[in-house]
Design a protein around this ligand. Structure first.
Ligand SMILES: Cc1cc2nc3c(=O)[nH]c(=O)nc-3n(C[C@H](O)[C@H](O)[C@H](O)COP(=O)(O)O)c2cc1C
Length: 191
């Protein structure tokens, strides 16, 4: 092989290797970006859906992901509760929330799930709750895997009392799951 050909081959190999490294780093960065969503500490973003003619109160605390799915599920769940007569407060988990939730009749905690892990930010909040004795408790996750929901048990174990319901909403069946979240909220409010 001539010197010129060798040089061209060397150049091609370098370009291919650099390309592979860039694609690899980009993929890793993308995965890291998505999976870190559970660790992001958001500022308080309280939204209240007022109830007509009722003093029943529900709370929906959820950790958002990188897509809108977790938000949409929380909103639909809250809408279902609201339509069955509850004033609903929706917010992110954080130190700005009370640890005494004795004033709520229904409390829902929603976590993202990546690599089988629930959100540590939500976990920190749930483990600090001192009173949730007057309410029905739902712990749910928003993920993709139908054959594994260990994140629900992990998160439930951090609460001082047993949750009444555990549920998972699947991000690969968005449309039906958003409807199911609404119906779940609605039936929870009526039960
Ligand atoms: C790297 C990675 C790991 C994931 N691990 C899980 C998992 O262990 N269990 C699960 O149910 N879903 C898992 N998922 C799916 C996400 O939870 C699901 O797609 C989620 O709704 C995406 O949220 P987001 O795109 O809004 O951040 C994973 C997704 C990614 C990208």
């Amino acid at each position: 092989m001539g010197d010129r050909k060798k040089k061209t081959l060397k150049k091609a190999v370098i370009i291919i290797v650099v390309g592979i490294v860039i694609i690899g780093l980009g993929t890793l960065g993308g995965i890291q970006y998505v999976t870190s969503a559970g660790n992001v500490k958001h500022a308080s973003n309280e939204i209240i859906l007022p109830a007509e003619d009722s003093n029943r109160a529900a709370l929906v605390i959820y950790q958002p992901g990188r897509s809108e799915f977790a938000k949409d599920i929380a909103d639909n769940l809250a809408k279902g509760l609201n339509d069955s007569g509850y004033q609903v407060t929706i917010n992110y988990p954080g130190e700005f929330l009370p640890s005494d939730l004795g004033a709520y009749d229904i409390v829902a905690f929603g976590t993202t799930v990546y690599n089988g892990n629930f959100s540590p930010v939500l976990g920190d909040y749930v483990s600090g709750i001192t009173n949730i004795d007057n309410g029905k408790v739902l712990i749910y996750s928003t993920g993709m895997m139908t054959d594994n929901s260990t994140e629900l048990d992990g998160l439930s174990n951090l609460l001082y009392r047993k949750a009444d319901y555990q549920e998972k909403f699947y991000s690969n069946k968005q449309e039906t799951e958003l409807k199911r979240a609404y119906e779940f909220g609605s039936s929870l409010g009526k039960s």
